[in-house]
Design a protein around this ligand. Structure first.
Ligand SMILES: Nc1ncnc2c1ncn2[C@@H]1O[C@H](COP(=O)(O)OP(=O)(O)OP(=O)(O)O)[C@@H](O)[C@H]1O
Ligand SMILES: [Mg+2]
Length: 341
């Protein structure tokens, strides 16, 4: 019987891992009663209500930009998901939770508290890029620098890593949700049509691109005309979506450049010869790999499983605590703890 679990409470979805497999994956959203704030639906059912709730109900996304924004709702969501995944088959499992880099000590504690209140024990945290590095098979025992960029829904977490610790990092609030917002703004401005975030996300995933192409593809979508107020169909092309989202791609590129600028030259030299590791759902955006490769002039490796690299890597750390060198500082950045490496 598995006793340890890994939790990734992402902006978009929550993933639970235990006993060598992913045991639950659900949207990080809860629909609550608008008056009492009592949860009514969790996960997919709650997600279906987004944009369609009557006044009596309200969808709440308890994770914003990768960190908990509503602790009570996050706790109820996690408790529900843990009980769905395990029932009463495991009692007080030890937990490890993935977190963005650069958050305060207090936020690490708060997340651990939420996991413990939701039924876990001895909760610890690990920074997502460090965890993802393990899923890429990066060998921490070697004195070799690497860079991991996790572009999720609410946060882009950029970190350079050396000897099992974070050397430099930066968290940008620009990620998948912002790409969707940019598409919503573009359609409003160019077509005078209002679309919802789910339609924008569909457009992005189907024809979104970070590279302009000679041959365009188009996508037919539905929205509400802002003049007539009526539902209306419109067609948007891949190059239009490119125009809508390219600024976000430059924001991420500039974030990567500034982390590289802050990083020790020897580590940068390793990174430029070994390539940059890209993960998170938004790494699947068409053309993003080529866009970054052209600009940074180094190879970009995309995770085989960008939605799960953080949980899979955290599971590796859980099974092999010595990987991160010193168990006392297992889940914290060496640099932050001022450990001489
Ligand atoms: N094929 C695709 N092309 C572009 N974006 C995609 C694609 N597939 C998924 N995404 C985007 O990936 C994002 C979800 O990624 P992920 O599951 O890594 O986020 P998360 O871990 O929940 O969020 P975060 O880490 O930011 O808290 C969404 O914004 C989604 O639209
Ligand atoms: Mg994530």
């Amino acid at each position: 019987m598995a006793t340890d679990i890994v939790i990734d409470m992402g902006t978009k979805k929550t993933v639970l891992y235990s006993g060598n497999k992913i045991v639950l994956e659900k949207p990080s959203v809860v629909t609550v009663d608008s008056k009492t704030w009592e949860p009514v639906y969790f996960g997919e059912k709650a997600f279906e209500t987004v944009g369609r709730t009557p006044d009596t109900l309200q969808p709440v996304f308890p994770i914003k930009h990768g960190i908990i924004a509503d602790y009570d709702i996050a706790e109820e969501m996690l408790e529900t998901y843990m009980s769905e995944a395990f029932g009463n088959r495991i009692v007080k499992p030890e937990v490890i939770i993935t977190m963005p880099t650069g958050v305060t000590e207090m936020q690490h504690h708060s997340v651990s508290d939420v996991a413990e209140s939701a039924g876990g024990r001895n909760a610890r945290t690990i920074e997502s890029p460090l965890a993802s590095a393990l899923s890429f098979g990066i060998d921490f025992s070697k004195p070799m620098g690497s860079m991991v960029v996790d572009i999720g829904a609410g946060i882009t977490d950029i970190a350079t890593i050396s000897m099992g610790g974070i050397a430099q990092c930066s968290c940008l609030k620009s990620a998948g949700n912002d790409f969707d917002e940019s598409i919503i703004r573009y359609v409003k401005k160019e077509y005078n049509i209002l679309i919802g975030p789910q339609t924008a996300e569909k457009i992005k995933m189907q024809i979104g691109t970070a590279k302009k192409h000679q041959f365009e593809v188009a996508f037919a979508a539905k929205g509400r005309h802002m003049g007539t107020g009526l539902p209306t169909m419109f067609e948007i092309s891949s190059n239009e979506v490119y125009e809508a989202i390219i600024d976000q791609c430059y924001t991420i590129l500039n974030g990567i450049r500034s982390v590289l600028e802050k990083t020790e030259p020897d580590i940068v030299s390793d990174i430029l010869s070994n390539g940059i590791y890209l993960t998170g759902g938004t790494s699947l955006l068409k053309g993003l790999k080529e866009f970054l490769e052209d600009a940074i002039k180094t190879e970009i490796h995309i995770s085989k499983d960008p939605f799960h690299s953080a949980v899979l890597g955290a599971a590796v750390a859980l099974k092999n605590p010595k990987i991160l060198k010193n168990t006392d500082i297992l889940y914290r950045s060496l640099q932050e703890l001022k450990v001489d490496i």
